[in-house]
Design a binder for this molecule. Structure first.
Ligand SMILES: [Zn+2]
Length: 167
């Protein structure tokens, strides 16, 4: 069948990866990050790579090799506090990945998956340390693809009082 195709396709596409520390500076000094990696913090951050995506979205960690996926648009235009808290969240997943955890365990719904709860907990703890109000934290936790029910469940799990569903 393939021999009938009168075209040539170069199948050697590469996905460039970038150094985390070229884009995110000073995170090795953040206590919330040091709590994750201890004395290995500098090494882990220096070894961490980022793949930028041209698609809309936020961030995520690859469950194949533990690199960070970041939406270029989100990094360039998103709210800086949201991005900062997302880094705390995602670096929690990086540590979980290093420990061999299954990041996308489909036995659980997103908001009740233990790896997500731990990541959200770390982000919320950091948000509180920064003095963010409950309503700002609620706003941070709500994403457009999360149902209202899931959002309220997550907020309750994290002990964040969200009276109504933002936005
Ligand atoms: Zn997560």
């Amino acid at each position: 069948m393939e021999s009938k195709l009168n075209v040539k396709i170069l199948r050697n596409a590469q996905v460039p990866l970038y150094h985390f520390t070229d884009y995110f500076k000073g995170f090795e000094k953040v206590d919330a990050i040091r709590r994750l990696f201890g004395e290995k913090t500098e090494r882990v951050l220096e070894d961490l790579r980022i793949e930028f995506s041209g698609r809309r979205g936020y961030m995520g960690v690859s469950n194949v090799d533990g690199h960070l996926n970041v939406s270029a648009e989100y990094l360039n235009k998103g709210d800086i506090l949201d991005i900062y808290l997302d880094i705390i969240h995602e670096l929690t997943h990086v540590r979980q990945f290093m420990e061999g955890a299954e990041l996308f365990d489909n036995r659980y719904n997103y908001v009740s998956r233990p790896t997500e709860i731990e990541a959200f907990r770390n982000a919320v703890e950091e948000a509180r340390r920064l003095g963010l109000s409950n309503s700002r934290i609620c706003e941070y936790l709500k994403t457009e693809w999360m149902t209202d029910e899931d959002f309220l469940f997550l907020a309750k799990t994290l002990n964040v009082k969200c009276e109504s569903v933002p936005g």
